[in-house]
Design a protein around this ligand. Structure first.
Ligand SMILES: *[C@@H]1O[C@H](CO)[C@@H](O)[C@H](O)[C@H]1NC(C)=O
Length: 497
């Protein structure tokens, strides 16, 4: 058995706080020795390499896109996130607790996306900001839908600029940051992460300004407090941010600076984890970063999510200046807009490939629900009928491995690879309406639940009506290109480590 960590992981399950800083699970499928051939139907991976390293090895595949603004993408928990390195704890005993926590948060996020589609006009009331002191904030349960299993970039806000770690999120249009310290919900954080009083370029947006109307038109709850435009955004069952809608100077790189960037300056933020300053909204509505920088970047961006917490990816904004040469290997599929979900990136998924052949699922199963791609959802959600077919085929292909009990209700197909030096599992691909098939990387098929146990990293929706979501595990290592102006999204393999 070649697993580098102890498998005695069932004790010390109580330590949620410490486990938050572990990155042994979703970020952990380090396949440094994958024997995958273009025409083969399976991936064969050495079990030795299934865990992230303790030190950060930045992706060597640097993006060659010279005209674009390129930001480094790191996993929140792990050696590549320098901001909170010192706090990290590598006790493997906490890893199953950590996975449970990530999956619970993922369920909350998906529930909130589904309710957006099912009840598009449902708005919650923004509590009166002045009457809402920190003392009334309900303590966060186990972090937020934003905090874990997610990818962050660093941007500068204000004058002088303050460097902020933001979760980048294609499923949300509003960018916001914590502008007030919080008590219970943010552990020991005593200072506001972004203090507008220290910036000379900050200004509130007034209720009667066009920007305030755009906020409301973007599906974000909005209101007015002493003629200042107020926003409220709810991301999951328990997490929300409420604050002033404001404008600031946003510094992405030394040459790419945007004045008058509108964002939410959060006064009451609940459910946040230490280490996240807020969120960078890359969704499709008017207040999104993509729209606010459209003059410069022409609504074009791409990213690559690293396979593990010990590697890095990138978020690149704008076109390459060397023609389209950088996008040769990219296979594009049309971008669609789902009714009731205009702020999400829709894709015309019509089928699933496993082990080289397409599952017999009627395309109407996918067209009934529709599918979006989201950088903030962890586990891909498929219509119930499609998931069942995929799971059954996967189980059939994995019969030689002993099964394991899943530690979560979300995942139901787990294996114990204890004693296996290498493991072989079927390739899985997404089939789109224009005939393009996008293969998931070898690191995007299984998630680790304990030292030697791994689960199929897909899940089913309750039925075939709720929207399907291509999550971030399945996007690992792919170069994902959003040509929003051109109405298409593209994928290329091995975009980063
Ligand atoms: C923004 O508006 C709030 C509420 O009206 C106010 O308390 C705050 O001082 C304003 N900030 C600035 C910089 O104008």
């Amino acid at each position: 058995m070649a697993t580098p960590i102890s498998s005695s992981s069932s004790f010390l399950r109580f330590s949620i706080g410490l486990s938050a800083f572990l990155c042994l699970i979703l970020c952990s499928l380090a396949v440094r020795d994958t024997k995958t051939h273009l025409l083969s139907r399976t991936h064969t991976v050495e079990v030795n390499y299934l865990l992230p390293a303790n030190t950060c090895s930045p992706s060597t595949k640097d993006h060659d896109n010279k005209a674009a603004s390129v930001l480094k993408v790191v996993h929140k928990h792990g050696p590549c996130n320098q901001v909170h390195q010192s706090k990290s704890n590598s006790n493997p005993a906490d890893q199953d607790e950590y996975l449970t926590q990530i999956l619970n948060q993922d369920e909350a996020r998906v529930n909130s996306i589904h309710s957006h589609f099912n009840y598009p006009n449902k708005k919650y009331r923004i509590p009166d900001l002045l009457a809402h002191s920190d003392a009334t904030v309900i303590p966060a349960q186990s972090g937020s839908v934003l905090g874990s299993g997610n990818y962050i970039v660093s941007v500068g806000l204000g004058s002088p600029q303050k460097q902020l770690s933001l979760v980048f999120d294609t499923g949300s249009s509003l960018t916001w940051t914590q502008c007030r310290p919080c008590s219970v919900s943010c552990y020991q954080q005593k200072d506001p992460i972004f203090d507008p009083s220290l910036s000379t370029s900050y200004s509130n947006i007034s209720c009667n300004s066009p920007a305030c109307s755009q906020l409301a038109a973007s599906g974000v709850a909005s209101g007015c407090s002493a003629s200042t435009c107020v926003y409220g955004e709810q991301y999951g069952d328990r997490s929300f941010t409420i604050g002033f809608f404001a404008s600031e100077k946003l510094t992405l790189t030394s040459t790419d600076v945007f004045t008058g960037f509108v964002f939410g300056c959060g006064q009451n933020n609940q459910g946040l984890f230490r280490g996240i300053a807020g969120l960078l909204g890359l969704g499709r509505s008017k207040i999104s970063l993509v729209e606010q920088t459209a003059q410069k970047y022409k609504r074009f961006f791409s990213y690559c999510l690293p396979s593990t917490s010990s590697s890095t990816g990138y978020l690149s904004l704008g076109h390459s200046d060397n023609g389209r040469s950088g996008y040769n290997a990219v296979k594009f599929v049309p971008l669609t807009t789902l009714s009731q979900g205009e702020s999400y990136y829709g894709l015309g998924l019509v089928g699933i490939n496993i082990g080289g052949s397409q599952l017999p699922i009627s395309a109407s199963v996918f067209s009934t629900s529709g599918t979006i791609i989201d950088s903030g959802t962890v586990i891909t959600r498929l219509p119930a009928t499609a998931y069942t077919a995929l799971r059954d085929a996967f189980r059939e292909a994995m019969k030689r491995y002993p099964t394991a009990r899943s530690i979560s209700s979300l995942l139901d197909t787990c294996y114990d690879f204890n004693g296996f030096k290498t493991i072989t599992f079927p390739k899985i691909g997404f089939v789109f309406g224009n005939g393009v098939t996008v293969d998931v990387d070898a690191t995007g098929i299984l998630v680790q639940q304990s030292a030697s146990q791994f689960c199929l990293a897909f899940a089913g929706n309750k039925d075939d009506r709720s929207v399907g979501i291509i999550g971030n595990v399945q996007q690992k290592r792919l170069q994902v290109v959003y040509d929003v102006a051109g109405g298409k999204v593209g994928f290329a393999p091995a975009g980063c480590q």
